[in-house]
Structure formats: C-alpha cells, structure tokens
Design a protein around this ligand. Structure first.
Ligand code: HSE
Length: 296
C-alpha cells in the first residue's frame, strides 16, 4: 500500500468571482505516501522548507478531521514526502492543495470511497469557500456557491494562458481579508454582481476579451486590496496592451495576467527583464484535479 498523489495549484476570483470562481493550473504539489511506524512528513521542496514533521502537520490534521467526521478513531501511520512547485501564501491555492491531499489520504487509508462531490463539500466546509478547493479537486474552472451545501459547475478551459507575476513577499489571506469592507450598499452590490454575472458568462463562452474587461471593473475586493500590492499599477501598465485582463490571484499578492499563449511567450523575456524582482510563470489551465496513482 503506497500512493503518489498530484494536486494542481489554483487561481481564484478571476476578478469579480470573489470566493466563488477558481481555475486549476499546471503547477503541482506531488506527494508520496507509504506505511510507516509513525506519522512523518518530509519536504523536498524549496517552497516548503519548514514543514511540521509529525501530527502537527496541516495535512495530517485535515486527514484526522475527515476520519473523525466518518467515525474512525485512528489513521494508520504513514511516511509522507512532499515535492511542491507552488509558492506559499502567494494566492496560488497552496493551502487548498494541502486540504485536498489531507482529504484524499483519509479517503485512501480508511477506504471511505468518497465521491468527487463529497470531497468538494468537505474541503469547502474546511476552507469556507469553494473557489480554490473545488478546482484543486476536480480541475478546470469551477463556479461555486456555498451555504451549508456547496453547489458548483465545472467548465473545461482551452486556448488560454495565465501569466503569474509572483513577488518575493508573502501575503496571508487573513490579512488580505481584513482590508475588505464589512458592508456594501444595495447599489454597489447590484453593480458588483452584474460584473460577476458577465464574468461567468464570459467564462462559459471563453470570451477572453470580455472576461478581461470585467476584471478591470471588479468592485468586491481589488479596490481595497491593491494597496497591499505595491507593484499593482506598474505591472498593469507594463502588460496592459498585450493582455486580455489582469487581476489579483486569490487573496494576492500574485497578479495574474489572462493572455494568449503566443503573446505571453513573445513578451515574457521583456517583462522578466523589466521587472526581474518578480517571478514570471506562464501557466495553462488543467481540466483534471487531484490524481492518485497506486504504488511507485
Ligand atoms: N477568495 C479568497 C480571497 C481566496 O480572495 O480571499 C483566498 O482564500
């Protein structure tokens, strides 16, 4: 009994889809799980240098939560090796990947036979919103709503690229949520939700120019969060003429450019040279979420 698990990073919000829309990307957390005498976590990744080594590990705690939910007392101990290409606390869904993996480990060890929907429901209850966890589990673009029960629609995406502009500094989601207003006027809510409605329609039609225009008119969070991202205006000005749109990925601080692949490849060298202080990564959407391979 041993498994390899692969789970994709995600980019959430896509402008106005705040807490609701996310896309799985071809950047991964890989793990190897094998039986052992006690729980042990080992990282082989530059992004995870200080992982808690035992039961205090977040992945173990998620797995334990799932075990308790299904009335199981213990999880057979395992040795878990982590290989992650996903930078932490940058708005690329690293905690969602950990949640997805924790649920999958409990599912495998306890033979729970969880459905895709069960996993999305459990993950959303843990995270509080489905925008990162749902695409990490099922892939593609996922549009979701959560209020006790999660409802969602998955779309397969093709023929579009995302360029992640990843700064060196971290931004905790908790801090990025603290700058958001507690209330919103009725008129503002109507305005913001009409942008969100067209955002969803543009995704369904894969009308990238329209989606980009909606990103520029987002009202729910970017006007409040952009002050936390000092390079926000400069990156926008640099890429604006080439991109369909640009938005804060999840809670930030990564900025995400929605762009055609050919243009991204053409401009990448110039952008990297102009702003070498950030990491520039061309990413593609992936329509498959978490995957498990028996043995290794
Ligand atoms: N939708 C979330 C946010 C993503 O923007 O705060 C990060 O959890």
């Amino acid at each position: 009994m041993s498994w390899r698990i692969k789970v994709p990073a995600t980019t959430a919000n896509l402008g106005a889809g705040f807490d609701s829309i996310g896309v799985a990307l071809d950047l991964y957390l890989f793990i190897k799980v094998s039986p052992s005498d006690e729980w042990a976590f080992v990282s082989h990744s530059k992004h995870l240098t200080e992982v808690p080594k035992g039961k205090e590990n977040f992945i173990y705690q998620i797995a334990e939560k799932v075990a308790t939910r299904y009335g199981k007392q213990t999880l057979p101990p395992c040795h878990v090796e982590l290989f992650s290409d996903i930078p932490l606390a940058r708005g690329l869904g690293s905690s969602a990947t950990a949640i997805a993996v924790g649920i999958e480990i409990a599912n495998l060890l306890l033979e729970l036979n969880l459905s895709e929907r069960d996993k999305v429901q459990i993950a959303t209850e843990i995270e509080g919103h489905p925008d990162n966890v749902a695409p990490a589990i099922i892939g593609g673009a996922v549009i979701g709503h959560y209020e006790d029960v999660v409802d969602y629609v998955k779309l397969d995406l093709e023929n579009i690229s995302f360029v992640a502009v990843i700064p060196e500094f971290e931004l905790k989601t908790k801090d990025a949520r603290q700058v958001l207003p507690d209330t919103f006027s009725y008129a503002d809510a109507v305005r913001a939700s009409s942008v969100a409605n067209v955002t969803t329609a543009a995704l369904v039609k894969q009308d990238w120019a329209l989606l980009g225009r909606m990103m520029a008119q987002e009202h729910f969070h970017e006007p409040y969060r952009k002050k936390l991202i000092p390079h926000y205006d400069a990156v926008k000005a640099l890429v604006n003429d080439d991109a369909h749109g640009i938005y804060i990925s999840g809670a930030g601080p990564t900025l995400m450019i929605l762009i055609d692949e050919v243009i991204a490849e053409k401009q990448l060298h110039y952008w990297r040279k102009t702003m070498p202080e950030h990491e520039w990564l061309v990413l593609k959407p992936v329509n498959i979420g978490i995957e498990v391979v028996d043995g290794y």
